[in-house]
Design a protein around this ligand. Sequence first.
Ligand code: PEP
Length: 259
Amino acid sequence: MGGQNGQRRPLIAGNWKMNGLRADGLALAEALAAWAKGRQAWGAEMLVCPPATLLGAVGRVLEGCQVSIGGQDCHAAAQGAHTGDISAAMLADCGADWVILGHSERRQDHGESDGLVRAKAVAALGAGLKAIVCIGETEAERDSGRTLAVLSRQLSGSVPVGEDGLSGDSLVVAYEPVWAIGTGRTPSREQILEAHSHIRGELTGLVGDVAGAVRLLYGGSVKPENAAEILALEDVDGALVGGASLKADGFCAIYDAAV
Ligand code: PEP
């Protein structure tokens, strides 16, 4: 049973990262579609973010199902000389409703700063996409007692405060401790509660009443075995799931834990 967080509908989002060729992505999407078609009640939202190469094909398989698709990144510019990049409008044109921004793997691998993540979020909202802005501390930052300061800095730098299109529906914040991603380690209940409560408070300072409607996802080694406990926590409005989203049965079990 998921957490009772007022008007916020839980969101279970799968980040496929750079995994899967066409056959794998289609098989996964078909398994999700079969599951979705047999489902009557949708107490939570489900989203999958495949590699950009599979967005169109996965979107076609999931058409008519209550499962949205999203990108894993977009460029801050609307168009132009940016070889290899993808604009927010291109994602929307492929059928995406969402985009993940500022994932720690992009911050690390591509040197993305808070300012760049913010610019990408502005572009996403401008193209009509909903943005999942990721934040989270490294292990060294946690060990040196800087977790909450890091979250504050990332939030104030990355959230597109004051921009057109920003609302409780179009902005989601994912708290993903870097040391919990893909490691099988998860923070304690107290650590998740502390981080989410801090994020909600900081967001209130940034966007006022809108903060109460913004969904806060937890991400980092969520799996069917720990999902119910995490999703029941106050101010946890869903999960961003990496590895466990690559298997339909596990991902659907995580969804079931949210409703
Ligand atoms: C992620 O990459 O967003 C993530 C949470 O990964 P995992 O679930 O594999 O830890």
